[in-house]
Design a protein around this ligand. Sequence first.
Ligand SMILES: [Zn+2]
Length: 160
Amino acid sequence: MCSNNFHKFADEYELRVASNELASIELTNQQNRELRITNHYIMKKPNRWRTMFALKCPKCQQAKMFKPVNTFGDLFEMHDTCPNCEQKFELEIGFYWGAMYVAYGISSALCFIAFALAFWGFGWSEYQAFIFLTIVVLLAMPYTFRLSRTIWLYAFVKNK
Ligand SMILES: [Zn+2]
């Protein structure tokens, strides 16, 4: 059972409630079960932390904020507005300057973790650990970029 069917069923249910028809409708066990699942699905709020790390829109928490990646340049491409709820992503000109501080924080933390892991964890030399942290930070850069922008936007846009 996919979520589309849940929504279809929920819409139908709401329509019936709205037109006061519900009392005259007898739901089968199967329909009752589906309805309970639907309610659960709708009532359950998506976890804001989880959707943030998944780089989803802060308002609807459904659609992805960034474009699909086909080429290297796409790694840094962002939708102008949410494909789902049309929330504007660039709130004002130069909005994402502040995200650089977030990116700086994430990269610093990553440097420390990578170095600690290599130096104390793997017992590598300082030089090797430094090379390792450089590679880790470079590889993580596209995600760091995207995550920092997402965190920055999450600080300003609340969910509905
Ligand atoms: Zn949205």
